[in-house]
Design a protein around this ligand. Structure first.
Ligand SMILES: C[S@@+](CC[C@H](N)C(=O)[O-])C[C@H]1O[C@@H](n2cnc3c(N)ncnc32)[C@H](O)[C@@H]1O
Length: 102
């Protein structure tokens, strides 16, 4: 089988406001005129950061029925699991935004 990240489940790893803007080509002109629903927002900080900047964003995700401690534990396990695998598959990624695994 080809070399790849081996995931058994949806992983709880969240992106930041900056990462969302780059990923979806968002900018403040677009965001300021919209009411935005971030579906499957998980542990992303996009909604929190956007609202702090004055934008109107709501986050939704089925994990929000879990307690903060349960979310933190799953997030920590998922991050550890992904970071453990990364050294062997680092060459599959473009390291422009993140410069290295750390
Ligand atoms: C990899 S996380 C991405 C989180 C965020 N969008 C980001 O980019 O940082 C995927 C999220 O999808 C959510 N998810 C998976 N299946 C879903 C479903 N059927 N309905 C709603 N959320 C779902 C998971 O709970 C998880 O938080």
């Amino acid at each position: 089988m080809d070399k790849q990240l081996d995931l058994k489940d949806v992983v709880l790893i969240g992106r930041t406001f900056e990462e969302y803007c780059k990923m979806f080509d968002l900018d403040s002109n677009l965001l300021k005129n919209e009411i935005i629903l971030d579906v499957a927002s998980g542990v992303s900080s996009f909604c929190a950061e956007a609202n702090r900047e004055g934008f109107n964003v709501t986050a939704s995700d089925r994990i929000y029925s879990s307690s903060p401690l349960e979310i933190e534990q799953k997030c920590r396990q998922d991050l550890d699991m992904v970071v453990k695998q990364l050294p062997d598959i680092a060459d599959l990624y473009v390291w422009n935004f993140f410069k290295d695994i750390q």
